[in-house]
Unconditional design. Structure first.
Lengths: 312, 446
């Protein structure tokens, strides 16, 4: 496939819609964007005069801040709307909110929403480009892209990498986007979690599914830990957090069976002592803070490719 | 219901009426709204003559035993008048309506209101189905004797299952005194949880919470066991899962009085459709959900081998505003009355799964005998309720053109073969299909 020079869609709804060359394009663009963050004046005029709306229906700190910073570094005019879940009871539908925003002629709408498919609904209503910043348990494409950028930086490639993803597979949009991206790019994905938290049909995506963390971690180049949302897990899905850590927690001892240069990732926020031992989170394997830095670069790249094309 | 006063003869049409053992060309004489005679070369004096086009088929009036008319209480979705007109346009001369209205049809007063509104509308016949429990809350049994006397033909808490095994046992015993079936929306609530789509690879990919097929079959197995010990009649509504088909077959083979129905969307669509277009089309959200190919094929096999008794639509109108929501929040259900005949003729009859005779059993004879209501066959002296089919007429479904008050259908743009040409209730030609050449001859009977 010849290298892409632009994205084929005006939206980024999910990794599912991207071809491998588009993923490469976003990652290559992110490398250039990352350099901007090292300058004294961390700002370029690529999105000057463009309007970006950040529409967050779900609590989010890091993703929202990361998008805001990316927008500011590209000189976009931004508006942030954080709508609490209770706004639903005020009666305005997502479609009406979208139409209201649309009347202000934004170029891009970045949306985070608890319902899977909400960005897709917006894309059928709005003329603006839609960027999915996480929809329900469906996708979180910019997270997978920043994870890929981090892996590529550290390992020099994605193809052939052995990547273990461990945790709550059932409710994780990070898992879905990562599985889609990594399999498209030729990595080998092992997904591991308690049997109660493995979605039916995961194997069909070309993933090795296991309930043994040791099996998942063995010879892995990358171990990605997923957050366990313990407030809604204990009782129905898990007997206790103590047992979860015993069976699935990532410890230095378990990492000994991974590749010698293994890196450990986590999309955050971490539950220390639940899915990850502090010795690992703060240890030499951890690239968790690199992920945060790369998040800004990847989001700059996505925004630029979706809205900044004509300015170049 | 007002009756036609003049006599007319439908001449030379192909009549398919399995209960009467008829499949051939017969004349039907209709007088004062009743079937006066049926046979070859009937005398024509004193009657208008309608020459039925050669490729048309006359059947006993179709009956849809699973319809949500939404009145009283949800008239913004559908009314008894609009719903029964939608039925007539779809080829149905009778519908049985579900009790999950507001208020619930759990008292004779509500039943009488429904029947009064249906008579005022004067379209398809309406057979109310009463609730099993007061408010369908699963606690206290309704006055089934009173409801039966008022006109209810079956009992159900549809929309949800009968809450406990004990209540279902009592309902089967009590309804058994009137020999009417309990219709069950089979779904284990704990397995369903807050699921919105079939649990499988597609839901996993789309990040939608799943409803496993066994949520349906487990409840069906409970009810079949209870029907077995009580001798009551259980009817499994809108069956969707292959495991449920197996449970029903097992029950039938043991002699349990169990019957079942399948809706057209469950033998024409799978959850794969959820990935189409921009994705997350809420007109593909219904309960039970669209399942996977193995389930769809199990429904087809049941239709073919006789294990399925009835095709019903589960016509569930919802306002466009209610469907224009996030997939999680949109209500379950699609309209079905006007798309059923083309889907069944195209996907079942023309594709060779079933014969026209079996089509009539599934859509007329069986629902009539199951509910012990008139019709299901064309009998001299009975009201002339007839459906005229144009099995080869091309149909393109335009949801915007549906006469139902709601347009929530996933079949927009589908091109199918087989249409309703005309619908006759009590001898009155209530509908002739303007898109079917030749159908206009039936207007002469009006």
């Amino acid at each position: 496939m010849t290298a892409a020079t632009r994205l084929r869609s005006r939206h980024l709804l999910g990794i599912a819609d991207l071809d491998p060359d588009e993923i490469e394009l976003i990652l290559d663009t992110a490398v250039a964007m990352k350099e901007i963050g090292t300058r004294t004046i961390k700002k370029v005029p690529a999105l000057r005069g463009r309007t970006v709306v950040n529409l967050f229906f779900e609590a989010s700190t890091r993703t929202r801040l990361s998008f805001e910073l990316a927008e500011k570094r590209l000189s976009a005019d931004t508006m942030g709307i954080t709508v609490s879940g209770s706004s639903v009871t005020k009666g305005e539908t997502l479609a009406d909110t979208a139409r209201t925003l649309e009347a202000m002629s934004p170029d891009l709408i970045v949306i985070r929403h608890a319902a899977s498919g909400s960005p897709h609904l917006l894309s059928t209503i709005c003329k603006a480009g839609i960027v999915n910043a996480g929809d329900g348990t469906h996708e979180h494409p910019t997270q997978a892209l920043l994870d890929a950028l981090t892996m590529r930086e550290r390992k020099g490639r994605l193809a052939g990498l052995k990547v273990a993803i461990v945790g709550d597979l059932l409710h994780s949009r990070v898992l879905r986007s990562n599985v889609l991206l990594l399999t498209k790019m030729g990595a080998e994905v092992r997904a591991c979690g308690p049997a109660t938290l493995i979605p039916l049909g995961l194997k069909a995506l070309g993933v090795h599914v296991t309930t043994s963390i040791d099996e998942a971690v063995k010879d892995a180049d990358v171990v990605m830990m997923l957050r366990v949302q313990h407030e809604r897990m204990v009782g129905l899905f898990l007997p206790s957090l103590r047992e979860y850590f015993t069976l699935f927690g990532l410890t230095p001892a378990r990492l000994e069976h991974a590749a010698s240069d293994v890196i450990v990732m986590h999309p955050g926020p971490m539950n220390r002592g639940v899915e990850i031992d502090s010795a690992v989170a703060d240890g030499p394997w951890s690239v968790i803070l690199d992920q945060v830095a790369n998040g800004v670069a990847v989001r700059m790249a996505v925004l630029y490719l979706l809205a900044g094309e004509e300015l170049t | 219901m007002a009756q036609a006063t003049t006599a007319y003869v439908l001449k030379g049409g192909r009549v398919v009426d399995p209960r009467a053992g008829r499949d051939g060309h017969f004349d039907i004489r209709i007088e004062n709204g009743l079937v006066a005679a049926i046979g070859k070369d009937l005398p024509l004096e004193g009657a208008r003559v309608i020459d039925v086009p050669a490729d048309f088929v006359i059947t006993p009036g179709l009956i849809d035993m699973h319809v949500h008319l939404r009145e009283p209480g949800q008239e913004h979705k559908e009314t008894i008048a609009t719903g029964t007109w939608s039925a007539v346009v779809g080829g149905f001369t009778g519908v049985a309506c579900m009790p999950n209205t507001d208020p619930v049809n759990d008292s004779a007063a509500v039943t009488q209101f429904i029947l009064k509104r249906a008579a005022e509308a004067g379209f398809a016949r309406v057979y109310p189905i009463g609730a099993v429990s007061l408010g369908s809350m699963g606690d206290q049994m309704t006055e089934m004797g009173d409801l039966r006397a008022a006109g209810c033909v079956a009992f159900t808490d549809d929309g949800k299952p009968v809450a406990t095994a004990l209540l279902m046992r009592r309902a089967l015993e009590y309804a058994g005194m009137f020999d009417v079936p309990i219709i069950e929306h089979c779904e284990d609530p704990s397995l369903k949880g807050d699921g919105v789509a079939h649990e499988g690879a597609v839901a996993a990919m789309l990040g939608l919470r799943g409803i496993p097929g066994v949520a349906e079959s487990i409840m069906a197995e409970r009810d079949i066991s209870l029907a077995e010990i009580t001798g009551g009649r259980i009817h499994v509504a809108h069956m969707s899962a292959r495991q449920t088909m197996r449970a029903v077959r097992d029950g039938k083979s043991r002699g349990v009085r169990v019957t079942c129905e399948v809706a057209p969307h469950h033998f024409t669509l799978t959850d794969e459709a959820l990935k189409g277009g921009a994705g997350y089309n809420t007109n593909l959200k219904m309960n039970p959900p669209l399942r996977e190919e193995a389930d769809r094929l199990a429904m087809i096999e049941g239709l073919r081998d006789g294990s399925v008794d009835v095709i019903s639509t589960d016509h569930a109108p919802h306002h466009a505003d209610e469907k224009a929501l996030e997939f999680d929040r949109a209500p379950f259900g699609i309209v079905g009355l006007e798309t059923c005949v083309p889907l069944c003729l195209d996907r079942l009859v023309h594709s060779g799964v079933i014969s026209l005779s079996r089509f009539v059993e599934l859509l007329s004879a069986n629902p009539a005998s199951l509910l012990k209501i008139p019709g299901g066959t064309i009998a001299v002296g009975s009201p002339a309720d007839l459906t005229v089919l144009a099995p080869d007429a091309p149909v393109t479904i335009h949801t915007a053109a549906l006469v139902s008050k709601s347009k929530n259908s996933p079949f927009d743009g589908w091109q199918l073969r087989g249409a309703t040409a005309a619908t006759v209730v009590s001898g009155r030609v209530l509908y002739t299909n303007p898109t079917v050449p030749g159908a206009e001859v039936f207007a002469a009977a009006v």
